[in-house]
Write a protein that binds this ligand. Structure first.
Ligand code: ZN
Ligand code: FE
Length: 252
């Protein structure tokens, strides 16, 4: 399975998954249809499925137009998002498996950013599509869930293999790492990653995907065990450290 990263809207990424043998495609979180339709033509692929992580418009905005071009395709999303995903055909639960070509993804229920948010983990090829839950160097805001829920969701993602490719839905990495640097200045890997990302972004290059190893080492929202972060938060309980960090960043 190949993953093609498309730019959409202001800072969204849309992912087109390619089954090379079958010449079919699935799309993760089509913010808008135009770039997806263009990519399908360019790559010579037929769309067979849409995978949505959550209901926000910048993740489902292209569903309707893609369904008009490819009637009858499967639209996967959380059971908890029933009624707010255009064209949804399959209601997913935690632990469900979805297939694309010969690859299979496990559905991980990750509430916090929204009530229904799910992630798709393709264990065989090591890809994670995590929407607005885990970002490179950061995490999504708590629009519908609690800090406890989000910290638990992130703890589940953090357990995935270190080599997992983390495909998040926005290019927020530079701002995230600059924030991270202010609260964990002694983290040498974080400083190094920030330098790398500054160079990439100065050239308008993408920082997605990252790896779970890099996230574990540098993303403060996965680092509730860091002494420096615990001291800053004045707490040692993971959800309290997380809540402190999320609150601090929200007030920036
Ligand atoms: Zn969102
Ligand atoms: Fe989003």
């Amino acid at each position: 399975m190949l993953v093609h990263r498309l730019n959409a809207l202001k800072d969204n990424y849309v992912f087109v998954l390619e089954d090379e043998a079958a010449r079919t495609a699935a799309v993760v979180d089509p913010a808008e249809a135009g770039p997806v339709l263009e990519a399908l033509v360019r790559l010579g692929l037929r769309l067979v499925a849409i995978f949505n992580t959550h209901h926000h418009h910048d993740h489902v905005g292209g569903n309707r137009e893609l369904l008009e071009a490819y009637p009858g395709i499967a639209v996967y999303a959380s059971r908890r998002d029933r009624g707010r995903i255009p064209g949804q055909t399959v209601e997913l639960e935690d632990g469900d498996t979805v297939a694309f070509g010969c690859e299979r993804a496990r559905v991980i229920f990750v509430p916090g950013h929204t009530h229904g948010h799910i992630a798709y983990h393709f264990a065989g090829c090591g890809h994670l599509f995590c929407g607005d839950t885990l970002f490179a160097g950061g995490c999504g805001r708590l629009f519908e869930g609690t800090a406890r829920q989000m910290q638990h969701s992130l703890s589940r993602l953090r357990e995935l293999p270190e080599e997992t490719q983390v495909w998040c839905a926005h290019e927020y990495t530079l701002g995230n790492l600059r924030f991270a640097r202010t609260i964990e200045p002694d983290n040498a890997e974080l400083a190094e990653r920030l330098r790398t990302v500054e160079v990439l972004r100065a050239q308008k290059m993408a920082t997605v995907p990252s790896t779970m190893a890099a996230e574990r080492a540098t993303n403060p929202f996965l680092r509730w065990e860091s002494r420096q972060l615990q001291r800053a938060a004045g707490a040692i309980e993971p959800e309290e450290v997380f809540a402190y960090l999320r609150g601090l960043k929200d007030r920036l």
